[in-house]
Write a protein that binds this ligand. Structure first.
Ligand SMILES: C[C@H](c1ccccc1)n1cc(-c2ncnc(N)c2C#N)cn1
Length: 305
């Protein structure tokens, strides 16, 4: 059993810690006010979880989240548990070897039902909305933009979480205000821009364009905290600056080998997701490690925490 299958084997609980939420590539277990956030080695592409995992992907992305939580800690507090209870540590001890480095112990937060997306470049669903309406989330953009163009300034483009596992729905800031109130909407927008400014500047020093990213926030003891994973290649678009060329979709820093392979076999997206050749797996793992090294400045995958 390896880590991209282990969470499948821990489908409903980790010992007697019940599964509380399961995403395509992440699992969340809950014990009272303490949660265990596990990143698996599963990889998704074109909204499908593929038949092969990427060894250590969960660990690499978890260590990236730890790095970024620390990097922006003076801007926003986060949901990481400063001191997990002895009871929780005892409960997860039997699984430590499976989840070491790819799990975060976090505090239960009252999550805002909004994904806080910030875009420095026009791409993905933002590009589709721009083509259709000339705007994104009600924000009118200059005419004549090309796909992947850098925007005159970053834009805040929230999305409503769709629990059915479908695509989240881009909403206007006004709808966000109606949903969570003006105070929290304004504060989450401010924090989103502040974090993006710091993170994109750091990424740029390492030759990476942070094109866009998605944050999730919650309330712990009435205070806003940054939650979920943060600034990982799964929650962000990272592009290599050296090959940046607006006018079309940019190569994904981490998933391009997978995408190219799936295109090469003319995969019918209605069919079960295929497994990946060893070469695609190993090259993709190398890209995740490269992102880790560039962003953290660490040569190996020694744990941040
Ligand atoms: C979307 C995400 C998710 C993660 C893993 C698997 C499926 C979904 N999620 C995060 C929470 C959550 N709830 C309460 N407190 C928290 N600190 C967090 C966090 N992070 C609920 N869902």
């Amino acid at each position: 059993m390896n880590s991209h299958t282990s969470s499948a084997l821990l489908t409903t609980s980790l010992g007697d810690i019940p599964l509380t939420a399961r995403g395509k590539v992440r699992d969340l277990y809950a014990m009272g006010e303490e949660l265990l956030f596990i990143a698996t080695d599963r990889i998704s592409a074109f909204d499908h979880v593929l038949g092969s995992g990427i060894p250590e992907k969960g660990k690499i992305l978890t260590q990236l989240s730890h790095f970024w939580f620390d990097f922006v800690a003076d801007t926003v507090p986060n949901h990481l548990l400063a001191s997990p209870s002895a009871e929780l540590l005892a409960k997860i001890a039997p699984y430590e070897s499976q989840i070491e480095g790819r799990s975060m112990l976090v505090r239960r937060a009252e999550m805002f039902p909004v994904e806080c997306v910030v875009r420095g470049y026009i791409s993905g669903s933002g590009w589709k909305d721009y083509l259709a309406t000339g705007s994104v989330c009600g924000i009118e953009l200059p005419k004549g933009l090309r796909e992947s163009d850098k925007l005159p300034c970053p834009i805040f483009t929230p999305a409503a979480k769709i629990n059915t596992g479908g695509h989240d729905e881009n909403i206007s800031y006004g709808v966000m205000v109606d949903t969570i109130g003006e105070h929290y909407a304004a504060e989450l927008r401010r924090l989103t821009f502040a974090i993006y400014e710091k993170a994109s500047a750091h990424a740029a020093t390492e030759g990476l364009i942070l094109a866009d990213t998605k944050f999730e926030f919650g309330l712990v003891d009435g205070k806003i905290v940054l939650a979920d994973e943060v600034l990982t290649p799964d929650s962000s678009r990272y592009w290599p600056a050296e090959s940046y060329s607006p006018g079309g979709a940019q190569p994904s820093f981490d998933k391009q080998y997978v995408r190219d392979y799936l295109e090469s076999i003319h995969w019918n997206k209605q069919a079960p997701a295929p497994s990946l050749p060893d070469e695609v797996i190993s090259k993709t793992r190398e890209k995740y490690l490269e992102a880790f090294r560039l962003i953290t400045g660490r040569s190996g995958l020694e744990m941040v925490r």
